[in-house]
Design a protein around this ligand. Structure first.
Ligand code: AMP
Ligand code: ZN
Ligand code: FE
Ligand code: FE
Length: 276
C-alpha cells in the first residue's frame, strides 16, 4: 500500500499564489494525506494552515525552506526544515534577517533591470508579496507590466545566474541553515538535490549535519529517485518527498503530493515524532 504526501509547497506568505487554506483544499482534492507547508524564510502561514487543516480533518504540519548562498554549489542549496519549534530562541529573528536581506537583493535586482531600460520599480514588486520577497515577485511584476508572459520567461531572460538582472543570493551558508533548523529541534533536509551538485558536494552537506534528502521530487526521473534513495540509505538520511508546488501562474502547479510506501511513511512519522 502507498499513500500520497506533500512535504514541499509554498503559499502567498512566500512565492506561492495560494493561501494556506487554499493549499489545504487543494490537498484534499488531490487525495493528499499529509501536507507540510514549506514557505521560504517564514512561518507566517502557520495559524491559517492549522485552522484549515483542522476544519478539513487533514494532517498538516509546519516546515520551512531556506535558500542558501556562498561559493561553488552553495548558492544552489535549498534546505528544508521539518519538526522545528518556531518559538525556539533566535529562530524567528534569524528568519527576519534573511527576509530583510531578500528585500535588499530585490531592490538591487530592480536597479539592474532599470539600468537595462526595463520599466519596473520596487513598489510594483513588493505589492505582489505578503511577506517573504524573492525573484518570483520580480518575475510577477515583469509579467504584470507586460515585459514577459511567464515566471519562467522572466527567469530565463533576466533573473537566472548569468542573466543580466541576476544578483547573488544573500541567504545563509548551507551549514548555517542546517544548524538553525537543528538548533530549533528540527530535521534539516536537502531540497531538490539534483540542483545542489555532485555526490562530493552532497557529502559535504552531510558532514555539515544534513539529516535528510528529497528523494522523490516532481522533476526527478526514476533513476534519480533510485540514486538519491541509495545515497540516503547509505548515509542513514531521512528520505523525504514533495512537488515544490507554487500554485496557478507560477509554472509549478502540477497535482500535489508524491507516493510514499507504508514503510517509508512509518519511518517519516517516527522521525517527526522524535521532534515533538
Ligand atoms: P530566490 O529565492 O529569490 O532566489 O528565488 C528562487 C525561487 O524562484 C525558487 O525557490 C523557485 O521558487 C523560483 N524559481 C526558480 N527558477 C524558476 C523558474 N525557472 N520559473 C519559476 N520559478 C522559479
Ligand atoms: Zn519558491
Ligand atoms: Fe527550492
Ligand atoms: Fe521550494
Amino acid at each position: 500500500m502507498s499513500r500520497r504526501l506533500e512535504l514541499h509547497c509554498h503559499s502567498i506568505y512566500s512565492d506561492g499564489t495560494l493561501s494556506p487554506a487554499e493549499l489545504v483544499a487543494r490537498a484534499v482534492k488531490s487525495a493528499v494525506e499529509l501536507l507540510v507547508l514549506t514557505d521560504h524564510d517564514t512561518v507566517s502561514g502557520a495559524a491559517e494552515l492549522f485552522a484549515a487543516g483542522s476544519r478539513a480533518g487533514l494532517d498538516v504540519r509546519l516546515g520551512i525552506e531556506i535558500n542558501c548562498a556562498g561559493a561553488g554549489a552553495a548558492d544552489r542549496v535549498h534546505v528544508l526544515g521539518y519538526g522545528f519549534k518556531p518559538g525556539a530562541p533566535g529562530f524567528a529573528g534569524r528568519l527576519a534577517e534573511f527576509r530583510e536581506r531578500r528585500t535588499v537583493r530585490a531592490k538591487l535586482i530592480v536597479e539592474k533591470l532599470r539600468g537595462l531600460g526595463v520599466a519596473i520599480d520596487f513598489e510594483a514588486v513588493s505589492a505582489g508579496a505578503h511577506e517573504t520577497l524573492g525573484r518570483p515577485h520580480v518575475a510577477d511584476a515583469l509579467r504584470r507590466q507586460g515585459v514577459v508572459k511567464t515566471r519562467k520567461e522572466a527567469f530565463e531572460r533576466f533573473l537566472m545566474k548569468g542573466k543580466p538582472g541576476y544578483v547573488d543570493s544573500m541567504g545563509p551558508s548551507p551549514a548555517e541553515a542546517i544548524s538553525l533548523i537543528r538548533d530549533a529541534g528540527g530535521v534539516a533536509c536537502l531540497a531538490h538535490p539534483q540542483t545542489a551538485g555532485k555526490e562530493s558536494e552532497l557529502d559535504e552537506l552531510f558532514r555539515a549535519g544534513l539529516q535528510g534528502v528529497e528523494v522523490r521530487y516532481s522533476g526527478h526521473t526514476p533513476s534519480q529517485v533510485r540514486a538519491y534513495g541509495d545515497w540516503a540509505l547509505s548515509r542513514g538520511l531521512l528520505a523525504c518527498g514533495g512537488t515544490d508546488f507554487h500554485g496557478p501562474r507560477t509554472g509549478r502547479d502540477a497535482r500535489l503530493g508524491v507516493e510514499y510506501e507504508d514503510g517509508a511513511y512509518a519511518v517519516l512519522m517516527e522521525r517527526f515524532e522524535r521532534c515533538s
